[in-house]
Design a protein around this ligand. Structure first.
Ligand SMILES: Cc1cc2nc3c(=O)[nH]c(=O)nc-3n(C[C@H](O)[C@H](O)[C@H](O)COP(=O)(O)OP(=O)(O)OC[C@H]3O[C@@H](n4cnc5c(N)ncnc54)[C@H](O)[C@@H]3O)c2cc1C
Length: 449
């Protein structure tokens, strides 16, 4: 009698450097690779539209690769605790392995499953696959977590170097016949009415092979100019690896080890550090997407929402060229350059005085790399309410940002050539109003957290 091992994949849609998959291979029993679409468990945030598109294609790619190696991908939908237990019952599995996740609701689910399956006598193990350093291992001298990036990253660099990545398997002993699986198409992850994903299709090829190819071409062609050109949205100087890391088509260990010896790697690797810092922050503040990290910001006097202004921002119709270019790039491709993300976010929060949470929600729905840490973390960073945040009174002027980072207007003409030219707000007057609102925060005493 075989006693299969289940590998429960989540944000790690890859074969290479997958410690949970490796543990199952080493156990030498038939393997069931399971993905659960869980939009129901308490606290789980359903994926946005662009993320669903990416997930569909990444799962399709993974399924094909598993098939080539001798295994299948089992798809199930529903609350993970129930569905994983059902998969155990259906297959007679005696072990379940997964790579850890760090959001609050996800950790609760995983901890409950670990306990209950162990109580049932199964072998359960979880592994570090998605972050270079487990959030609880990076501590200040007094044993607390970090709230400022520079000492956080210094502390990470002082830890033992990230482990070497594990090789991809050459073949797999899949359980045959595999357990019943949903049909990916039945999950309706792709938009149909209307099909707005043409720009995403033109821009991206989800899946591990394309992710590895992108890493190689970035390291070969672009990393040398990264530090100099990374802030210029038309330069194409950044790695475009964020969706790959978000879905785990590449592990940060692979990226780290392949990049570390390259000329100019330090700046690039410190950006991976910001990703680590965002998860470190969420691990210690799981409500980051909804609650101001600096509770003084609870006193911010947000005016009533003007839906027309929010819609103009979402559609890239503000009349501010760099903002409109960024919002149109986002809508078309599911991605926006980091500098422009900062400018568009600042414009929403400071010139339109719209709560950062509305912007975070829009990015959540439209970014292919939207994740539960980097998105709220960066929104709070821009708003001034977050960890190591930009001070609120530093209001980006989008026109000056355009002069500095898009001096020849290449990015703006690519994305916003036909955008309206009449600004919906006056930048100087709204800047003044933002600073007056911020005065209210400064005068308020911090609420107990
Ligand atoms: C308002 C706002 C929202 C954002 N939302 C997200 C999000 O949902 N998901 C996301 O991955 N990034 C987010 N970012 C961070 C950043 O814009 C993207 O990671 C970056 O633009 C991705 O492009 P790249 O892969 O070419 O980056 P590169 O410059 O090549 O950086 C390499 C990697 O480092 C990480 N990284 C870089 N900058 C940051 C950062 N500021 N915070 C966290 N990780 C970083 C990413 O994983 C990225 O792939 C947001 C930034 C802002 C200002």
């Amino acid at each position: 009698m075989s006693s299969p091992s289940i590998v429960w994949l989540r944000d790690d849609l890859r074969l290479a450097d997958n410690p949970a998959l490796r543990a199952a291979i080493d156990r030498d029993e038939p393997i069931v690779v399971l993905y659960v679409l869980d939009e129901e468990s308490p606290g789980i945030r359903p994926f946005g539209g662009a993320a669903r598109w990416w997930l569909h294609h990444s799962l399709a790619s993974l399924s094909g690769r598993l098939h080539d190696l001798g295994a299948t991908l089992t798809l199930r939908r529903g609350p993970a605790e129930r569905v994983v237990r059902e998969a155990v019952a259906d297959t007679g599995a005696s072990a379940v392995f997964w790579n850890r996740r760090y959001g609050g609701a996800e950790r609760d689910i995983d901890a409950a499953l670990k306990t209950s399956l162990r109580d049932d006598g199964l072998e359960i193990a979880s592994f570090a696959g998605s972050l270079l350093h487990e959030p609880w291992t990076v501590k200040t001298g007094s044993g607390t977590h970090f709230s400022v990036f520079t000492p956080f990253w210094r502390a990470c660099l002082a830890l033992p170097a990230p482990r070497a990545p594990l090789p991809a398997p050459r073949s797999l002993n899949g359980l045959s016949p595999g357990p019943a699986s949903d049909d990916l198409d039945d999950w309706d992850l792709l938009p149909t009415r209307p099909d707005w994903a043409g720009g995403l299709r033109d821009t991206w090829e989800p899946g591990e092979p394309a992710a590895r190819a992108r890493l190689r071409s970035f390291l070969h062609d672009d990393i040398g100019t990264y530090d100099r050109a990374r802030d210029e949205p038309s330069a194409g100087a950044t790695s475009l690896l964020s969706p790959r890391l978000r879905w785990g088509e590449l592990s940060p260990f692979t990226v780290w080890h392949e990049a570390v010896d390259a000329h100019g790697a330090a700046g690039f690797l410190s950006e991976l550090g910001w990703r680590e810092f965002a998860w470190h922050t969420v691990f210690h503040s799981p409500d980051l997407a909804t609650v101001n990290l600096r509770r003084q910001f609870d006193a911010f006097p947000w005016p009533p929402l003007d839906p027309a202004q929010l819609a103009a921002w979402q559609r890239g119709a503000t009349g501010i060229p760099l903002v409109d270019a960024g919002m149109r790039e986002l809508w078309h491709t599911g991605f926006m350059h980091n500098r422009v993300r900062m400018v568009t976010a600042s414009f929403l929060v400071k010139n339109l005085l719209i709560d950062w949470r509305r912007g975070e929600e829009w990015f959540w729905d439209t970014l292919v790399d939207a994740d539960g840490a980097s998105n709220p973390f960066n929104w709070q960073w821009v708003a001034g309410s977050g960890a190591d945040a930009a001070p609120y009174f530093r209001v980006f002027n989008p026109d000056l940002q355009a002069k500095k980072f898009d001096p020849h207007g290449l990015y703006i003409s690519e994305w916003a050539a036909d955008a309206p030219t009449e600004p919906i707000v006056d930048l100087a007057a709204t800047r003044k109003a933002a600073l007056a609102a911020y005065d209210v925060v400064k005068r308020s005493s911090p609420a107990p957290s």
